[in-house]
Design a protein. Sequence first.
Length: 170
Amino acid sequence: MRLNLGCGPRPLEGFVNIDADPNYGDCVADITHLPYEDGSIEEIFASHILEHFDWTEVDAVLDEWIRVLKPEGCITIVVPDCVQSAHMVAEGRMTPLEYGGLTHGHGNGTRERLSAYWKGEDTNGSHLSCWSARLLLKYLLAHGLTVERIHISPHREYVESDAMVKGWKC
């Protein structure tokens, strides 16, 4: 079985597409407590979902996802790469407003929205953790995965602003 966690409006063929929103996917579930047995899942794809968890939750979330993976099971995680995005802003390839949308979640990145985000008043859809390819690699290695591939993902409009890390459970 293959899972697409937090699928939103992007279901993947050949995967069980899971989302908290009943308007999306094949299955409504809490991806922090997956309804699957230990070691029962062949592959997990989690694109643009890990950044919606607070740093205090990230380790438990990764532990849960890894728990359900079979030995030698594969996990692919895609996150907005805040470091790469900042470089793109500095080089004039992305506007600061676009960067604000990537680092602080969905929305227009206005001063009021970002202020509410930083005060903890607006967490609906907000990015609660900020990632780079290197940091994601470090987390997956710390969780005992063998990481074979890391690269910038061609997943979104700003192809250079996403990081994808692919790892295997030992």
